[in-house]
Design a protein. Structure first.
Length: 345
């Protein structure tokens, strides 16, 4: 399962002006806005790559290119003189670019490291996605401040702004919404997915108590997850991601609430058999009684019966799990391909 990473950098609005005195201020704003052209292109390259299954570590070169472009924009704008003594817009844009640089250089460097351990636990995954959201929120807030300052500057210099968003800006805004939706569904799914992993680990280590505890936890987790998924609406009419997540959680719920009985019964029968066999083997053959033989044979029969049920149930679970997980992976990939355009190769 791939975790999608996103960074959202909104671009300064293109402006228009009519009078000569306004053109000077408009040209000044345009010159600043031009510095965001390459930033927006590199940001889209980065966001789209992350949206289509590329891990944060695999797209590190894109992040470093974005850091470089941001630094170059800072240098260019820093050399500009205040417009007629008014440095408010310049200073606000520089402040935004510095924050962007810091978030890209520091916050996302930590996020890259967090990715390596994100799938180890639900808490790690939640922290990983939260760190991404907090980084995005920092940039969103700074961007809002920058737009407000731009409006003040335009108003004070008699400039009429036009909300003329570029194609890339629209793609970034759309992608941000797509990934937020995806992460919401993914986190609900991942909680049960991870809980099942603990259950399977208990099976692999013959830990009957662990199986019981994790089985009950999975029942609770999958049931709550299904209720949460019921509250999530479709994304632009596309409900496929929620449907696929429900398929997996229903599998986990059935596995833990009904199918695990055959699995646990087998391990209990094996545990009982091992104890009886050890006691049977420890006795001197001449001292063995018919009762000992009957007890041993009964344990063998119970083990064989439970082993057949376990084998059939386990095979069935493995097949259904593989189908459900494969469907999730394909659905997630198709969902991203449908709603987020492909990045540059």
């Amino acid at each position: 399962m791939k975790i999608k990473q996103v960074i959202t950098l909104l671009i300064i609005v293109t402006i228009s002006s009519t009078l000569k005195s306004q053109n000077a201020a408009g040209d000044y704003m345009d010159k600043i806005g031009q510095q965001f052209d390459q930033i927006s292109s590199n940001t889209w390259d980065y966001v789209s790559a992350a949206s289509h299954g590329k891990s944060a570590r695999k797209i590190e070169n894109r992040r470093h290119e974005l850091i470089k472009t941001t630094a170059e924009a800072q240098q260019t704008i820093n050399k500009m003189e205040p417009f007629q003594g008014d440095a408010s817009l310049k200073d606000t844009v520089l402040s935004y670019l510095q924050l962007s640089y810091d978030v890209l250089n520091k916050d996302f460097a930590k996020i890259v490291d967090m990715e390596d351990i994100a799938e180890q636990s639900y808490d790690n995954m939640e922290a990983y996605l939260l760190a991404q959201q907090m980084a995005d929120d920092k940039l969103d807030k700074a961007n809002d401040n920058m737009i407000q300052e731009q409006k003040k500057f335009a108003a004070s210099h008699g400039i009429t702004l036009t909300d003329n968003k570029t194609t890339i800006t629209k793609k970034l805004e759309t992608s941000s919404a797509v990934i937020k939706y995806y992460n919401e569904v993914y986190l609900i799914f991942f909680k049960s997915y991870k809980q099942e992993a603990y259950l399977l680990n208990a099976m692999n280590t013959n830990d009957v108590n662990g199986m019981e505890q994790n089985k009950n936890a999975l029942i609770k987790c999958s049931t709550a997850g299904l209720k949460s998924l019921d509250t999530i609406k479709s994304f632009k009419g596309d409900i496929s991601l929620v449907t696929s997540a429900k398929e997996l959680l229903n599998f986990y719920k059935t596995e833990s609430s009904t199918k695990m009985k055959d699995v646990i019964d087998y391990f209990l029968a094996k545990e009982k058999y091992d104890k009886i066999k050890a006691a049977y083997d420890a006795k001197d053959k001449s001292s063995l009684t018919q009762a000992d033989a009957d007890q041993y044979n009964k344990a063998v029969n119970e083990l064989n019966t439970s082993a057949k049920k376990y084998s059939a149930t386990n095979d069935d679970l493995n097949k259904k799990r593989a189908v459900a997980v494969d469907n999730w992976n394909k659905t997630a990939a198709k969902f991203m391909d449908t709603h987020v355009p492909k990045y540059k190769q």
